[in-house]
Design a protein. Structure first.
Length: 59
């Protein structure tokens, strides 16, 4: 089971675009490193929550 099969790519990309866009609108420049870190963290949280909910439904 590879992580790529379950990692929420579209949701993470949406978070990346949202954070970068908000930085660009608020400060006049985007910080792609910060946006990437937040997007990866959000993706990790989604993976953990989906795994927890899937495990919970089985029991």
């Amino acid at each position: 089971m590879a992580l790529g099969d379950h990692f929420p790519v579209s949701e993470s990309f949406g978070v990346f675009v949202g954070v970068a866009g908000f930085d660009w609108l608020a400060d006049g420049h985007a910080e792609p490193l910060k946006a990437a870190i937040v997007a990866l963290a959000a993706g990790g949280i989604l993976v953990a929550l989906r795994s927890l909910l899937r495990h919970r439904k089985r029991h």
